[in-house]
Design a protein around this ligand. Structure first.
Ligand code: NAP
Length: 344
């Protein structure tokens, strides 16, 4: 265990985590970030968050021609490091993120567990090293649930017309005037399908049962929309297409029959899972596992000195810009809290 007590440790490296780091670093708090591990390894957080699975981001203000998710997150990271943010890595060095070709292989670290029972708080890294902190910002995000098909993930990663966010990707030219599919029967699926009808010629809602889970008013909205067509009692068992999706293979949950439905896009809306398990009940969560805000206008949590930002506390908006805004709030809250507690 290191005896040094960090002013603030930030867990997570999506838009919320890096924005918190930028603000905390500019407030001279020299934040320490646990950025998580790549998607290929089991991890609490994916470095860069969900945007690392996104190709073109067209709704982040300031980039009129759009920017790729990984590039946007790299810009956030470089900005945070420029002002003195440190990142926990294998060899303890904060990488020169502005120079990806410097020949150094950087392995970011995950958090294994935390102890918020008393101050200073303890953060236990994946190598069992214990880090102490006066304050903590949790920005671990949430992951969209995927069906789990190999071709689904391949086309999602390569911008081949598979997405888990219609608001983020639906307006892209590749989806215009096409027949699109949305999987799921909850409020998100209805919302995504309704949104997509602005661009699509037709939207197929594929649901594994014969009744929507969505609230009555949302369900009615979907039923009343002439562009939405329901594919009841169907699951997606494969996604067809080489560079881009051409069809989904459906299996009827009643008869077991399979059929191919030609579509130019697939939007998966089967819920999200917030990355909050590692907290082991030490912060108050809602029924779905999202961290509860003590005050809806702030970033405070059930533990004094622990702040939260981004999708791990937001099941409603889930946008890069809203996560970044929350990251800013969390850093300002942490800075003021530290000052009130005599830590400068
Ligand atoms: P949700 O309510 O949990 O719905 C998930 C849907 O995906 C369900 O219909 C479920 O089927 C289906 N599903 C789950 N796993 C699946 C799988 N492996 N394969 C196929 N289908 C699968 O999630 P959500 O729609 O994201 O909503 C989350 C919360 O946010 C809800 O409380 C919701 O009310 C709220 N929300 C509200 C609004 C709004 O009011 N405007 C908008 C969005 C979200 P089953 O029905 O068979 O379980």
């Amino acid at each position: 265990m290191s005896d040094a007590v960090e002013k603030v440790i930030i867990i997570g490296s999506g838009p919320a985590g890096w924005t918190a780091a930028i603000y905390a670093a500019r407030a001279n708090l020299t934040p320490l970030v646990f950025a998580g591990r790549p998607k290929s390894q089991p991890s609490l957080v994916l470095p860069g968050g969900q945007l690392m699975l996104t190709t073109e981001v067209e709704n982040y203000p300031g980039f009129k021609h759009g920017i790729t998710g990984p590039k946007l997150m790299s810009e956030f990271e470089q900005q945070a490091v420029r002002f003195g943010t440190r990142i926990v890595t294998d060899d303890g060095m904060t990488p020169d993120v502005s120079n990806p070709d410097d020949g150094h292989s950087y392995k970011y670290h995950d958090v294994k567990s935390v102890d918020f029972s008393k101050r200073p708080f303890k953060i236990i890294g994946e190598d069992d090293k214990v880090y102490l902190a006066h304050s903590v910002i949790v920005a671990t995000g949430a992951t969209a649930n995927w069906i789990g098909l190999e071709n689904e993930m391949r086309l999602a990663r390569t911008g081949g017309g598979v997405s888990a966010c219609a608001v983020c990707d639906g307006a892209m030219p590749i989806f215009r005037n096409k027949e699109l599919a949305v999987v799921g029967g909850g409020d998100s699926a209805v919302e995504e399908a309704t949104y997509l009808t602005k661009f699509a010629s037709k939207v197929h809602m594929i649901h594994r049962r014969d009744q929507l889970r969505a609230s009555k008013i949302m369900a009615q909205r979907a039923h009343d929309n002439p562009k939405i067509n329901f594919q009841w009692n169907k699951t997606v068992v494969d996604v067809l297409g080489d560079q881009a999706i051409t069809a989904v293979r459906l299996k009827d949950t009643v008869t077991g029959a399979t059929s191919d439905l030609p579509v130019g896009g697939l939007f998966v809306a089967i819920g999200h899972t917030p990355a909050t398990k590692f907290l082991n009940g030490q912060l108050e969560l809602d029924a779905k596992g999202y961290i509860k805000l003590k005050d809806p206008y702030r970033s405070t949590t059930s533990v004094d000195g622990v702040f939260v930002a981004g999708d791990c506390a937001d099941s409603v908006y889930r946008q890069a810009i809203t996560a970044a805004g929350m990251g800013c709030k969390a850093a300002i809250d942490a800075e003021r809290w530290l000052a009130d507690h005599g830590v400068h």
